[in-house]
Design a protein around this ligand. Sequence first.
Ligand code: ZLM
Ligand code: CA
Ligand code: ZN
Length: 388
Amino acid sequence: DNGIVRPKGYNVSWHVNPEIEKHHFGNSHPMKPWRLTLSKGLIMSYGMHIAMDTYLSRQATEEEMRDFHSEDYLEYLRTAKVAMPDDETPKPYNLGGSDCPIFEGLFNYCSMYSGASIDAARKLCNNEADIAINWSGGLHHAKKAEASGFCYANDIVLAILQLLRKYPRVLYIDIDVHHGDGVEEAFWSSDRVLTLSIHKYDGMNFFPGTGDLDRTGPDDEANPGAHHSINVPLSDGIDDEQYIWLFKTIVGKCVERFRPSAIVLQCGADSLAGDRLGRFNVQVQGHGACVAYCKSLKIPLLLVGGGGYTPRNVARAWAHETSIAIGCDANIDPIIPQHTPYRSHFRHETLFPTLEQILGDPRPNKNSPKKISDIVQSITEQLRFVNA
Ligand code: ZLM
Ligand code: CA
Ligand code: ZN
């Protein structure tokens, strides 16, 4: 008995496809789809798959992707050719630079992770799942007709559009270290989606440069989207204690005011300590506490991935969060199983690597208690304008 049993009374669906994991953004690009292979290996070595309904994700159709993306952009994505090494001709739609390279199988990659998020949303709509998981999704920067920040198609927007067919209101929560600008922009003028992103903010010094506290929605009060964008701009080094308190306080208030009928949680793992691109000091424990809190609300929940640039830590967080979804987090062995594939990656760290202990130097916490309480006060005032 490894402590994993199928939860009684609810279903977790897990949407995976090994095809997605095989794509390469290019040498030394921080985004490594292979981290999904490592995560899946860890999840399966604990036996967690027996407690979920596992689905092989399929490609989204172009028609499904047109729910958000423009036809011309999709056409370009589908037919774009990998450039010759010294070809520097400018490409449209922000493609072909170092952040969003055109690589082999690009459209296949985009349609696969989008299909997985759409399918996961439909499982919730059909009451076939209470929690649906797509760790390959969460690509929150993509715009209607533009690639941005390693994101080409916005699977989150596509999934939320599916949820809106059934559910009157969707709460979107984004714990990636970067601002969830693409999702915010897509629903900027809607009062049916409340977007909440927690991120590092330092003006133009940190990507994408948006997401300040006062960006709460359209300024025009007559626009239904007014007050329906919530931003939590943070400085380097925030720790578990502050992060969990902020998360529970703000999400609690959002749920109380907005009464969402479904929640989408983007679980970008670049908010963890030790991330190659991130700046926070959040531990697997604190990151997972956000998932546990959302689960405790007993509202249909879609979990998607996102950023995460230290693959071992990404795998730890998403395996831990899968165990929370199933409800076996208290039962599993804290030490990573001997028989996990790629155990050598973890053994590089210590002799008995654990699921929750990540490596990485602690960063000094630049978030004062006053800064944190000012943010909560401002958002509390904003939420007075939000009604179910
Ligand atoms: N340069 N190689 C988060 C998306 C963050 C824009 C500054 C590119 C990188 C980064 C790419 C191998 C999510 C920017 C950066 C250097 C213009 C960003 C390729 C290193 C490399 O070594 C690298 C040659 C590359 C890109 C670092 N890019 C770090 N930060 C951000 C985008 C995506 O986590 O939120 C969701 C998945 N871009 O800061 C520049 C302004 C491009
Ligand atoms: Ca975020
Ligand atoms: Zn990120």
